[in-house]
Design a protein around this ligand. Sequence first.
Ligand code: FES
Length: 187
Amino acid sequence: MTTRNSSKTVEIHIKRRANLDSSQYWEEFEIPYRPNLNVISCLMEIRKNPVTKSGKQTTPPVWNMNCLEQVCGICTMIINGRVRQSCSALIDSLDQPIKLEPMSKFPNVRDLVVDRSQMFDHLKRVHAWVELDGTYDLGPGPRMDNDDVQERAVVVLKLARSTRAITTSVHKRLPRYVSLIYIQAAP
Ligand code: FES
């Protein structure tokens, strides 16, 4: 087994599957080493020229990716036996050959892609998220009678008149930053 950083190539073994009905198989690839490569950049390199280590032309590997900043989780796969996000898995920190497999707890659709709809269905069933206010149309608000509307308008007007912007420089421990704090002050 080649260990990390010992060669100027990166050897990657990918567990592949053509479709849901076919069986899995391994393919081995070797690409030139560059500093700061991560698993996704290696997969992209292989996709550009899908030829195995033994010189056999093959189909480009398929995987999921989205944010590329370790936020969305869509790129998660098993890397050297550990479930990890491939966009943040740096080649320099991995032993070679690097083995990539799809997650095993979800149905494997193709190559490194899994079907997570079961998980999302469960999340939907229990409404497992917090609604964000104001980022989308929340529909009409509660109806208010005219007196209420006028009363609130007066309060808003008074607040607007009495609002003062107070500029404060803060945080002596972070001298490079100046924060501006605007405080709505009562009259
Ligand atoms: S692409 Fe979003 S976490 Fe990797």
